[in-house]
Design a protein around this ligand. Structure first.
Ligand SMILES: NC(=O)c1ccc[n+]([C@@H]2O[C@H](COP(=O)([O-])OP(=O)(O)OC[C@H]3O[C@@H](n4cnc5c(N)ncnc54)[C@H](OP(=O)(O)O)[C@@H]3O)[C@@H](O)[C@H]2O)c1
Length: 289
């Protein structure tokens, strides 16, 4: 089996990748929770030791502080955990990769954009983050882009997996909400680009297999409003609910935290080079348990 350095392999996205590719890769995961080798990516010495120990040629860097509201409460605080994990952690990964000549695959987010574009975002669009989580992920992208080692950035949005996970994804939150009768009215004027994690794992594997470098949008390439998405889930899962309609603009008037109105991204650049076909969102939803 091929050795693969990873971070964040116990998270929502990483744990599905680990499950699907357990027979392909021998994972060398850097994790605080590791029983034998607990590793904090904010500590360079710990990262470098693990990189030196590994024969892996690639590093899949998924670890991040992903609580957007929690990050917003730390705005401009470079000592806060969001900046430390997302920016300093990524700096450490890059420095160690440069020192050991490894290819870094950094997983980023559509939240680097301000959400004001009416069409799908492309890789040519200029990031302009409007809240601290997006800002820290953007600053990390800038670190990656300057790296003196091979690098790939994969931006995703609202990842969901076929199975239920301890950190509840968008699709399972909607299913749970419908079943409990507690689903809020869904915005008809907020748009996003769902990412089917089971497919995204195959994208990571493709990048490793082909040594592809550069910046790519790695969602399933579609744009959905929250309302249409919930209606589709309700229909495909035969849940028989009536989905209420909500208004993002009304919500924003009472929300202190900024929200991106649109984070849907075109995946055309990536889809053109992949050697497999990404599922449509309807196909992906039909696989959700
Ligand atoms: N979820 C989303 O909606 C979304 C959207 C767009 C992009 N992304 C990006 O996709 C990636 C994966 O997201 P996710 O939702 O799978 O994240 P997640 O479930 O929150 O998992 C984050 C992982 O990072 C690890 N981690 C945090 N601090 C660390 C540290 N100091 N040292 C080592 N490991 C540390 C955590 O380890 P422990 O488990 O030990 O705490 C956890 O495994 C992230 O880069 C995120 O920015 C996510």
């Amino acid at each position: 089996m091929k050795a693969l350095l990873t971070t964040g392999l116990n998270g929502l996205v990483g744990s599905r990748f680990a499950l699907d590719f357990k027979n392909i890769y021998e994972f060398n995961n850097l994790d605080l929770r590791d029983q034998n080798k607990p590793t904090d990516i904010t500590k360079y010495d710990q990262v470098l030791t693990r990189f030196n120990e590994s024969t892996a040629k690639h590093v899949v860097h998924l670890a991040a502080y992903t609580d957007v509201t929690g990050a917003w409460q730390q705005t401009d605080d470079a000592n806060g955990i969001a900046y430390q994990v997302n920016v300093i952690g990524t700096e450490n990964i890059i420095k160690a990769a440069e020192a050991t000549n490894k290819h870094v695959i950094y997983v980023s987010t559509a939240y680097v954009f301000d959400g004001e574009k009416k069409e799908l975002y492309t890789e040519e669009d200029v990031p302009n983050p409007i809240e601290w989580y997006g800002k820290t992920k953007f600053l990390a992208e800038e670190v990656v882009k300057k790296a003196q080692c091979p690098w790939t950035i994969l931006r995703i949005d609202q990842p969901f997996r076929s199975d239920a996970f301890e950190k509840v994804d968008t699709v399972h939150r909607i299913i749970n909400g419908i079943k409990a009768g507690s689903l809020y009215p869904q915005f008809t004027n907020h748009y996003f680009g769902p990412t089917f994690v089971n497919d995204f794992g195959k994208v990571i594997d493709f990048i490793v297999r082909t040594n592809t470098t550069g910046l790519f949008h790695a969602t399933n390439g579609e744009s959905w409003s929250d309302y249409d998405f919930a209606v589709a889930i309700n229909e495909i899962k035969s849940l028989g609910a009536e989905i209420g309609k909500g208004d993002l603009e009304a919500y924003l008037k009472s929300s202190a935290r900024p929200y991106q109105r649109n984070t849907a991204m075109s995946n055309e650049k990536l889809a053109k080079i992949l050697d497999f076909k990404l599922k449509t969102i309807r196909e992906a939803l039909s696989e959700v348990e």
